[in-house]
Design a protein around this ligand. Structure first.
Ligand code: HEC
Ligand code: HEC
Length: 461
């Protein structure tokens, strides 16, 4: 049968319009791929202490006004973050996208300055610097081993960097401590940072179940009065270290030799990540971070994290810690494990969309011009919202931000960005999202930060 020329042209056009399947190339030089994640990459932990830490992590008793727990901002159901660009701390109500500033005298007064990061793999030995600006780090020259905002008042006996980190949210006014006139913890903190920790350890000592569990788990605790803030922090460390590890990602399986763990598009994305797109230059190593600091020039909004004598609502990042001009607007390269589950992205959660976050890297100038607040997940906060975007009208400030950018633009086709996104999804370990121990069934004080599911259950009953 003779086919009409029109139909032939039509068919050819149709074939031409079919999306070309992205295939990984055969490479001449092998990619510089990292080693897969293994148990040896982590510090050891103690099971009994991890279980105490699991309760403490969800227990509001650790906060000044007994109204917020670590889990409020780092929840199992929100991939160990809070699902918000900038969260609401002490005084707020609700979880995740439903969180509100609260009402009356006890309501929250400010937004949290930065995005609450996910806590995956933080027990890995390679972490020697924490926080978006690296203001807490291991320091061989310090007699207690840490460079921290608490200087010489940092408690003795902290077993690791992650344990040292755990004592800071407790004394942060906006995160957990509250205001000085509201409770004894915040009042003590204003006199001297370590006085607040003494009050918190006293609260824990006075709860019988904690007293028994701590005595059983720590050989140096003979009596409840021996419980100190460093035991609380070390238990939180054993919990976080063991809870959120991601060795079962498809990428790790691929690196361990399971060649079918990644499909063609994901392989093409991997080749871009470790090749032409240059992502690996900063997102290097097993956890996709070099632990160093760069400026990507993310759009600014919110309260900022102002330095002394600086009245602009801006966050200049690493310079706060290092005092070096070149560090202005630099932030730590985050690990990309589970990244497809940890939106919003960046130190202030400027992008809720992973693709947009990747595109920002490829051309920050253009992305800054095109950015709109629709990219945020920012709870309504009437008291402060009029100031949220003022900084963007400050022309000089915007110029400074643009001049600070460290990243070199890379030109990629849309299908290549698709492939990069597909590769990033292979960094997700679905088991790790649930956590190892999960949400505790109960906490020592009874003041549990509930999970949304549990709340729904309570309402049903
Ligand atoms: C009100 C929300 C909030 C609460 C409550 C909170 N955090 Fe965070 N957490 C944050 C934010 C925001 C950051 C990032 C701060 C920064 O980098 O300047 C952070 C950072 C961290 C980090 C560092 C992660 C990294 O990659 O550097 C750890 C670990 C952590 N929190 C654990 C805890 C623990 C343990 C508790 C309870 C004792 C807690 N958090 C309570 C919001 C919160
Ligand atoms: C010059 C170093 C550098 C390069 C190159 C780089 N990144 Fe980043 N990346 C960063 C830094 C720094 C941040 C955090 C910036 C901030 O918070 O202000 C980041 C953040 C991210 C985030 C958000 C993660 C989170 O949890 O918030 C993603 C996703 C990401 N990068 C992917 C990529 C991809 C994909 C590439 C390659 C196209 C790439 N990066 C190249 C330094 C880099």
């Amino acid at each position: 049968m003779q086919r009409s020329p029109l139909i032939t042209i039509g068919l050819l056009l149709l074939i031409g319009l079919q999306p070309v399947p992205v295939r990984a190339e055969t490479l001449k030089t092998p990619l510089n791929l990292p080693k897969p994640l293994t148990t040896q990459d982590f510090r050891p932990f103690d099971e009994a202490r991890a279980k105490i830490g699991q309760q403490l992590f969800y227990d509001k008793i650790l906060s000044g006004n007994r109204n917020i727990a670590c889990a409020t901002c780092h929840h199992h159901e929100l991939a160990s973050g809070d699902g918000l660009s900038l969260g609401i701390g002490e005084g707020g109500r609700g979880l995740g996208p439903e969180r509100k500033p609260g009402a009356g005298q006890s309501a929250a007064t400010r937004r949290i300055q930065r995005n609450a990061p996910a806590l995956f793999n933080l027990g890995a030995k390679e972490f020697t610097v924490l926080f978006h600006d690296g203001r807490l780090s291991l320091d061989e020259n310090d007699h207690k081993g840490f460079n921290s905002p608490a200087i010489e008042f940092i408690p003795d006996g902290l077993q690791s960097l992650l344990a040292a980190q755990a004592v800071f949210p407790l004394v942060s006014e906006v995160e957990m401590a509250g205001h000085a006139d509201e409770n004894e913890v915040a009042g003590a903190r204003n006199r001297r940072i370590d006085y607040a920790w003494r009050i918190i350890e006293e609260r824990i000592r006075n709860i019988s179940s904690y007293a028994d569990e701590f005595t059983a788990a720590f050989p140096d605790i003979k009596h409840r009065t021996d419980i100190k803030i460093h035991h609380i922090a070390n238990a939180l460390d054993d919990f976080m270290n063991s809870e959120w590890r991601t060795p079962q990602s498809a990428f790790d399986r691929y690196l361990r030799g399971e060649k079918t763990a990644l499909n063609q598009q994901q392989l093409a994305g991997m080749q871009l990540f470790y090749g032409k797109a240059s992502c690996f230059q900063c997102h290097s190593g097993t956890l996709q971070t070099d632990h160093k600091f760069y400026s990507l020039g993310l759009p600014q909004f919110g309260p900022g994290r102002t330095r002394q004598f600086d009245f602009k609502a801006r966050d200049m990042g690493r310079i706060n810690e290092s005092d070096r001009r070149e560090d202005a607007y630099r932030f730590r390269t985050p690990s990309l494990r589970n990244v497809s589950a940890t939106a919003p992205y960046g130190h202030n959660g400027a992008y809720k969309n992973l693709r947009k976050m990747i595109e920002h890297h490829l051309n920050p100038q253009k992305a800054l011009r095109q950015w709109t607040p629709e990219q945020l997940i920012l709870p309504l906060f009437t008291k402060v919202s009029s100031g949220d975007f003022l900084i963007q009208q400050d022309k000089q400030e915007q110029q400074r931000l643009l001049r600070s950018i460290d990243i070199t633009p890379v030109a990629l086709q849309s299908y290549e960005i698709d492939a990069l996104e597909a590769f990033l999804e292979t960094l997700t370990d679905p088991y790790s999202l649930q956590g190892r121990l999960g949400v505790p069934p109960r906490v020592g004080s009874g003041l549990v930060e509930q999970s949304k599911l549990q709340q729904a259950h309570v309402i049903e009953k």
